[in-house]
Design a protein around this ligand. Structure first.
Ligand code: IYR
Length: 224
């Protein structure tokens, strides 16, 4: 007996082998230009661009296609100020000891500290939430599966889409992050997953050398 309905795959595009090779290399060269940026311009970015990038994120694969994510895109200066204030308060605790010696040592080459002006000045903060309960319909309250994996992939799509649009981003995980639920007015059964800062880079934006060292193909892959 038929268990499911389906329609033919009509939007697949097959490229000739040489074009596929060129595209794979071109994509690598393009995504290689993505860097985590910590110095943002306050230049505005049209909301439609952010909407398109979130729509792209929403096409990510997920456990049972439950799409266990919610994105709150924050543009309001007042709300950004609240996020900055509360994130910095937590980060001060983190950097003044809560992180532990090993973690603080690992962060030294990035030059980060508890000061997060970009949370207030970047045009967009996108708070990503994960949903333990949900379903294919937005109002469902069934069990979700592979929530972390699904939201991680969607967040990757989002970062990729923002980069592709010509914006820079920072993945930020203030610790703890629960204050975001309140500020964004999200329900109890949703968890803040990550904060993506998006906008134009400031004129003096830089990339820590430490972050530019990527493992080689031989280090990250094996072919059997
Ligand atoms: N959340 C802190 C600390 C931090 C942690 C990691 I792991 C990083 O790769 C970078 C920063 C902060 O944002 O400063």
């Amino acid at each position: 007996m038929k268990q499911h309905d389906s329609t033919p795959l009509t939007d697949y595009i097959e490229y000739p082998a040489d074009e596929m090779l060129a595209r794979s290399e071109q994509f690598y060269l393009d995504i290689k230009r993505r860097h985590s940026i910590r110095s943002f311009s306050d230049r505005p970015v049209d909301q439609v661009i952010i909407e398109n990038c979130i729509k792209a994120a929403g096409t990510a694969p997920s456990g049972a296609n439950h799409q266990p994510w919610h994105f709150t895109a924050i543009h309001s200066h007042e709300v950004k100020q609240q996020v900055r204030e509360q994130a910095e308060q937590h980060e001060r605790g983190f950097y003044s000891g809560r992180a532990g010696e090993e973690w603080l040592e690992a962060l030294k080459p990035l030059g980060t500290d508890s000061n997060k002006p970009y949370l207030e000045h970047a045009p967009w903060l996108i708070a990503v939430f994960s949903q333990k309960k949900g379903g294919v319909n937005a109002e469902d309250k069934n069990t979700n599966y592979y929530v972390h994996e699904s939201v991680g992939i969607a967040t990757g799509f989002l970062i990729n889409a923002l980069h592709n649009a010509g914006l820079v981003t920072l993945t930020h995980t203030p610790k703890p992050m629960h204050f975001l639920s309140k500020i964004c007015d999200r329900p109890e059964d949703e968890r803040p997953y990550m904060l993506i800062i998006a906008g134009y880079p400031a004129a003096d934006a830089s990339v820590p050398e430490h972050a530019q060292t990527k493992k080689t193909l031989a280090q990250i892959a094996s072919f059997l």
